[in-house]
Design a protein around this ligand. Structure first.
Ligand SMILES: NC(=O)c1ccc[n+]([C@@H]2O[C@H](COP(=O)([O-])OP(=O)(O)OC[C@H]3O[C@@H](n4cnc5c(N)ncnc54)[C@H](O)[C@@H]3O)[C@@H](O)[C@H]2O)c1
Length: 400
């Protein structure tokens, strides 16, 4: 497993600063995440940011500051989205605006047929997620979703181990995230379910993406309990009271018999994530600790309790510091590495719209269960909503 980690790091370093002609990216939405993408693109040096667009002038100014004092030419500041579609220098568009705008922004750029990196969650409603997943099937260029947690060190290694079949047949998946409250945002969109899709869709689509991939199946039943215990209880913006949950316990039954569980706690001082996967040959445990209070990287560990495994007693799998600091503990760098490869015509394991759709379906069913207090039957609920994601082309690709 140490060799796997070395290979992952070496591969990323080899593709950094590649001699291939630099791709041109336009960024729509240059808030916190848009600027993280700009820094990751600069660090990888496989592409140039040729333009930015944001409806907030301060966000544009902050984006331009990312270029000051660097060797990177400042980008154009576009006046409209339509302008982006006209420039041949734009090979791909990074959509980093709030969740509720994703569908309309995709619709505004789709005429260009340019490659798209669309931030997670792809949409705030099942209807919009289904629309985007269907649109991706006939779109002439790659659309990759910003679900980069799959590239955190411990999850890359866990997914490699599972692909190699080291645990045998997977039976149980357990994930947890303990972290501080949602951060401030422009117009505080993440405090309102109608703009974010709700906490489990907005934040936790990352974990349901991982859970679905590890289970390698579709959810059939979801039960969840959760609510708002501590955060933003008296928070209002524009006269509206915040309505997002800050904790949840979720149980997912999969079609193939795998059992999943997820714990969320957003009133923790520090960040702490765990993954435990059990198969009929052994158990894998991975964890990460980090702090929002410093620019320190995270610390990650993984253990594979399978007889004779080199990580039986656990290994430290923290990325080297330059990678670790490259956005979401290095995962954003890997996401961009995968994205540029896809824009250049390669296939890869970047999150697809169909995977994004199933992550949202799982999260949405959990939110529905919290609302109703009942177990949610996924198939009949989708049928009732007139959404049929069961055609072969909308089921996630499970081989990379
Ligand atoms: N992948 C991850 O781990 C991760 C982490 C954080 C945020 N995100 C996602 O990134 C997206 C942006 O989040 P953020 O944290 O940067 O939020 P933010 O509020 O910091 O930034 C959003 C930016 O979009 C701009 N904007 C809003 N509507 C717009 C429009 N119609 N056209 C152009 N610009 C518009 C705002 O002015 C703001 O500058 C969200 O979808 C969020 O869920 C992903």
């Amino acid at each position: 497993m140490r060799t796997d980690l070395d290979n992952i790091v070496t591969q990323l370093r080899t593709s950094m600063n590649s001699d291939a002609p630099k791709l041109g990216y336009a960024v729509i939405g240059t808030g916190m995440m848009g600027r993280e993408h700009i820094r990751a693109v600069h660090q990888l040096n496989q592409a140039r940011i040729v333009g930015v667009f944001d409806t907030n002038t301060q966000s544009v100014e902050k984006a331009l500051q990312e270029f000051a004092g660097t060797e990177h030419d400042p980008p154009k500041a576009y006046k409209t989205i339509a302008e982006i579609n006209q420039y041949a220098e734009v090979d791909a568009v990074l959509i980093c605006t709030p969740n509720f705008t994703h569908r309309e922004i995709f619709d505004a750029v789709k005429i260009s047929g340019k490659a798209v990196l669309l931030e997670k969650p792809m949409a705030t409603t099942l209807e919009d997620a289904f629309y985007l997943a269907k649109a991706s099937l006939s779109y002439p260029a790659p659309i990759q979703l910003g679900m980069q947690y799959r590239y955190k060190s411990q999850y890359q290694l866990a997914l490699n181990s599972l692909t190699k079949g080291e645990l045998g047949d997977v039976k149980m998946v357990s994930l947890s995230e303990y972290r501080p409250a949602f951060l401030p945002k422009i117009n505080e969109w993440n405090k309102f379910s109608r703009y974010s899709g709700g906490t489990l869709v907005e934040k936790c689509c990352h974990y349901f993406d991982l859970m679905n991939r590890i289970a390698n199946s579709q959810p059939i039943r979801v039960y969840a309990s959760g609510g708002k215990a501590v955060n933003f209880k008296d928070f209002t913006f524009d006269g509206q009271a915040a309505d997002i949950d800050d904790h949840a316990l979720v149980i997912v039954d999969y079609e193939n018999g795998v059992k999943g569980q997820f714990t969320l706690n957003m009133f923790s001082e520090e960040l702490y994530e765990t993954l435990v996967v059990s198969g009929n040959k052994g158990t894998l445990r991975a964890e990460e600790e980090a702090s929002f209070k410093s620019r320190r990287g995270s610390k990650s560990k993984i253990k594979v309790e399978v007889n004779g495994h080199d990580a039986y007693d656990g290994i430290d799998c923290t990325f080297p510091q330059d990678i670790e600091l490259g956005g979401h503990y290095g995962s954003t760098l890997f996401e961009h590495d995968r994205f540029s490869a896809r824009v250049n015509g390669a296939t890869g394991d970047g999150a697809s719209c169909t995977e994004g759709l199933w992550a949202i379906i799982t999260a949405w069913m959990a939110q529905e269960s919290i609302k109703t207090g009942a177990v949610v039957d996924v198939r009949s609920t989708l049928e009732h909503l007139g959404i049929n994601p069961y055609s072969q082309d909308l089921l996630p690709n499970t081989t990379y």
